[in-house]
Design a protein around this ligand. Sequence first.
Ligand SMILES: Cc1cc2nc3c(=O)[nH]c(=O)nc-3n(C[C@H](O)[C@H](O)[C@H](O)COP(=O)(O)OP(=O)(O)OC[C@H]3O[C@@H](n4cnc5c(N)ncnc54)[C@H](O)[C@@H]3O)c2cc1C
Length: 507
Amino acid sequence: MSDVLVIGGGHNGLVAACYLADAGLDVQLIEAREELGGATTSKEVFKGVGARLSRYSYLVSLLPDQIVTDLNLNFETISREISSFTPTADDRGLLISRKWDERTEQSFSTVGVGSDAKAWQDFYGEIAEAAPIIAETFLKPLPTREELRRALKPSTFSTLFTQPLGRSLSERFRSDLVRGIVLTDGLIGTFTDAFDRSLLANRCFLYHLVGNGTGEWRVPKGGMGALVDQLVARARTLGVKISPGVRAKSIESGEVFVEGSDHQMIRLKPRFIVAAISPREIDRLMGRSSHRPFAPGSQLKINMVLEKLPRLRSGVSPEDAFAGTFHFDEGMDEMQRAFAEASAGSLPRQIPAEIYSHTLADRSILDADLDKRGFHTLTLFALHTPYQLFTRGNESVKEEAKRRLLHQLNSYLEDPIEECLAKDEDGQFCIEVKSPFDLESELGLPEGNIFHGDLEFAFREESENLLWGSETRTENLFLAGAGARRGGGVSGIGGHNAAMSILEHLA
Ligand SMILES: Cc1cc2nc3c(=O)[nH]c(=O)nc-3n(C[C@H](O)[C@H](O)[C@H](O)COP(=O)(O)OP(=O)(O)OC[C@H]3O[C@@H](n4cnc5c(N)ncnc54)[C@H](O)[C@@H]3O)c2cc1C
């Protein structure tokens, strides 16, 4: 009998396993798939094309440096100077540096949104003050709402935690283009109206703006799989027994029934269970019907390998335009319209989306030949394409969404994207589309929700019986996955906090 059974070999399960094994516990980890890493993997996706793509998640902000240091991981992330570029219909575009500079100032006035320049600096200035205060609590027991309120300026607390994001942005910015650029951080992987009283957009926005005290999104050197490789190596060094291809089938009275690839059913009775899986999967394993409704996954991810980067109609160099986030058709009004259309059951006529190129920051994911030939990778992340649209015919809806997105993108390009795409060894274009439906079937993400369910604010209400945010109704079972309070994204925070919960129990 092991001290701890970790169910789920995504990055959070691996982080929890490392901390617990490092504290001297006997840890076993099971992963249903043959491959470890869950949504944090790198893969050569296209036949005969030596590009290791971050197939699902691709940028890092929320992973605290402390976890990298504690676990002695040799994992680096790369900073980027340009934050975003947004082309406009009149063949201009707004280029924004990560730190406000003359070029950004000039770009705001060139595209006619100069009146929002000061509002932008004030808004992000306030968030920059709040970010380290909030991030500092992530690896500690949850603060209460009141404690966090007292630590922040009243106006910042209101923007982040009480007033719908759409309303704050309407009050603070005049231009729909600028409102949209800010709003996207509230809508990544989150299907909601920007003005909704549920504050779902605020919750998503919070985690996109405060990671590591800066909110900076950095490129994982070697791709997202490099993090998993490091975690797996560390876990093995610490003696964690890792079993891929083994699925938990049920949990009954503290016993876990697991099935391996040989279809043998085994009964395990660990002292503690770390569930690094979604809350919905836990309910299923315990034979309960799911009690927590959540918004469906609503993003489409398109992975591409290009022979060359496309030139833009705006004349901005592709090296600048794709260096940060390339937003297109993501004005606030456009996103509200897309949300309304998708809520009514249709694929939005114009799908809001953004793109980034890994290889402009890090070429180590390409083999020597592709590197020499100047190949690039592009990742497209589209919003407001909810799970339910794909249940009617995943392949045909994906095809139509791809057609619309490439058409939209091409309207900003001098070189159509089809002329830039590389081909695999069978002569097929190097492009793959992952819908929320695919994410559920491949990774077990419930309804394709990339955070395992709705994100929650990073505090507890006084009435909530939570300490670390990983406690569950079952005394020896701790939630470590993205669905734990503060657990969403590539952060390891869910894993760390579940491990700390257990170690505190033992102290
Ligand atoms: C397309 C996409 C893009 C994203 N982009 C980003 C990004 O750029 N940056 C970012 O920070 N976040 C991003 N995210 C979100 C982030 O990847 C996830 O929130 C995070 O990886 C979740 O990690 P996890 O370890 O909690 O769970 P997962 O990665 O979901 O891992 C859970 C594991 O549990 C296994 N499992 C499930 N059920 C069982 C069972 N019964 N028995 C055994 N094993 C089981 C699954 O196979 C899986 O491997 C993205 C996600 C997706 C899908």
